[in-house]
Ligand binder design. Structure first.
Ligand code: HEC
Ligand code: HEC
Length: 451
């Protein structure tokens, strides 16, 4: 063997060994430290039975489906599918394409005759409650619908039937843009016991009264009982079922048994007779769509944790020392027996399936599911359920690594900006964060990006 050939082979062997070692290290970092129950971004939660897995993919199709007016879309709507705002074009369940197309605008004004209307808005915006605010209900408020079926599907309608999309009334002094959330792991959040959320509030009042949040109670439209809310930027919704019914109604104009009135200005009233001929009867959905959407989101895997390096561990300690973990509470658990509505129920009867993959699970959303007063700069003045103008749910921090926009309206373009904007009850914690050394700051950031 010539010297050259020997050198060439030795080099190849060397490359193979180094390449394999590097691959093994990356694999170990990515997989060995992962808690057992996680799945992949956009995939089903680990532990479903084969039958439950089949139902996951069946109901996923409803989440991705682009609905048509014949199927109930409209007359006013924002997007044709849930996935358009929650994931498209990346992994399903993620934050979506960009801020402008996936956001929702809410609008309102102070009740013109009320006491609070006489003061400068900035002075009262953080404390406005429901009785202080007019939500423009007769003009399609409080959520804006930007598209109309007659402009988007002109061939379907007689030319003398035209429906204008909604516009924000000129006297809407309160305007609140909301960023679309990630919904990975939503089924785990849905199944936290009400008592656990209330306990979070009691613990905070005793141990950190200055940071303590409030639970929000709302009526479950399905059985008309009060429950501890946990979904939405203001913790305004109690369950995935009711959130989905509302999203179908507001974002897509699809009415269901739970939300049977179109969210349109009342002057639109019933659609002109000519337009009705091509539309399905109201409510548009007999429960099939609603149950499928609920099942899909319930069984969507939580965001998998990134590698846990020594720097990440150090960041975890700082997160605790600064008391970020009072509001962004790391642990939560689900009730011992979770039952999900079967997407293949013999409607109108709803059948329930026991889901072991969701039952009695400890998970790490990094939220207490309480609202906190975050001060006038973050306040939007829109009360929702019991949450006031400046109160927001401690945003769950899992999945931060897959996010590009932060805070309720996506005004923060990176994690540092988001922390820097913490005001109100979190101001003192934010001030301590500003004093961190470069090394500790970077460790905290590495930790947050591993969630
Ligand atoms: C036009 C964009 C858009 C569409 C379409 C849309 N959403 Fe959303 N979604 C949002 C925004 C924005 C929020 C935050 C709303 C808030 O809390 O104020 C949200 C929040 C949610 C949440 C709460 C998540 C959490 O952690 O609290 C759920 C659940 C949800 N949407 C489900 C759905 C379903 C189901 C559909 C389809 C029927 C849907 N969405 C369609 C924009 C959209
Ligand atoms: C008093 C409670 C409280 C404390 C303490 C607190 N936060 Fe927050 N945090 C919130 C609330 C409420 C929001 C949502 C605000 C909004 O959407 O406008 C939030 C949002 C965030 C976000 C943006 C998440 C998203 O989904 O956009 C990050 C990141 C964050 N906090 C990190 C931290 C860190 C790091 C600390 C400690 C230095 C901390 N927070 C301390 C309550 C708190």
């Amino acid at each position: 063997m010539s010297f050259y050939t020997f050198f060439k082979y030795r080099f190849v062997v060397y490359c193979l060994v180094v390449g394999f070692a590097a691959y093994a290290v990356v694999w170990l970092l990515n997989n060995a430290t992962r808690p057992a129950d996680e799945g992949d971004f956009g995939g089903p939660i680990i532990g479903l039975t084969p039958e439950q897995n089949r139902k996951f993919f069946l109901s996923k199709a409803f989440f991705e489906k682009k609905f048509t007016p014949q199927e109930g879309l409209g007359p006013l709507f924002n997007e044709r599918s849930c996935a358009a705002c929650h994931g498209d074009p990346d992994e399903i369940g993620g934050e979506g394409r960009d801020l402008s197309s996936t956001s929702i605008m809410n609008f309102a004004r102070r009740v013109p005759t009320s006491e609070v209307a006489k003061k400068p808005l900035k002075e009262v915006i953080a404390t406005l409650g429901k009785r202080d605010v007019d939500f423009f209900l007769t003009q399609g408020g409080p959520s804006l619908q930007r598209r109309s079926v007659t402009t988007e599907f002109p061939k379907l309608y007689p030319s003398d039937v035209q429906i204008d999309f909604e516009q924000i009334p000129i006297d809407a002094e309160l305007q609140s843009n909301r960023h679309a959330q990630i919904i990975w792991g939503a089924g785990l959040i849905d199944n936290i016991a009400d008592g656990d959320i209330i306990n979070n509030a009691l613990n905070e009042v005793q141990e950190h009264p200055e940071l303590a949040g409030r639970p929000i109670s709302a009526i479950d439209r399905f059985n008309e009982l009060p429950r501890a809310a946990r979904f939405g930027w203001k913790c305004q919704q109690i369950s995935l079922l009711s959130f989905s019914a509302q999203a179908m109604n507001i974002e897509m104009g699809i009415t269901s048994y739970l939300q049977h009135t179109e969210n349109t200005p009342t002057y639109l009233g019933q659609l002109p007779f000519k337009a009705q001929r091509v539309l399905p009867p109201t409510p548009n959905d007999n429960g099939k769509i609603l149950l499928a959407l609920t099942y899909f989101q319930s069984t969507l895997a939580p965001p998998p944790r990134g590698p846990i390096t020594p720097q990440v561990k150090r960041g975890d300690e700082i997160f605790h020392q600064l008391r970020c973990d009072v509001c962004h509470l790391p642990d939560a658990k689900t009730v011992s027996k979770v039952k999900l509505p079967d997407p293949e129920s013999p409607l109108p009867k709803i059948r329930y399936i026991e889901c072991e993959a969701l039952s009695n699970k400890v998970f790490h959303p990094y939220s207490d599911f309480l609202v906190h007063q975050m001060g006038p700069d973050l306040a939007d003045g829109m009360p929702q359920e019991g949450a006031r103008g400046g109160e927001w749910r401690s945003a769950p921090l899992w999945g931060l690594s897959r996010r590009r926009y932060f805070m309720h309206d996506g005004r923060a373009k990176n994690i540092d900006q988001a922390i820097d904007m913490h005001g109100g009850q979190s101001e003192s914690v934010r001030d301590e964060w500003r004093k961190l050394s470069k090394e500790d700051h970077d460790a905290l950031l590495a930790f947050l990006k591993s969630l």
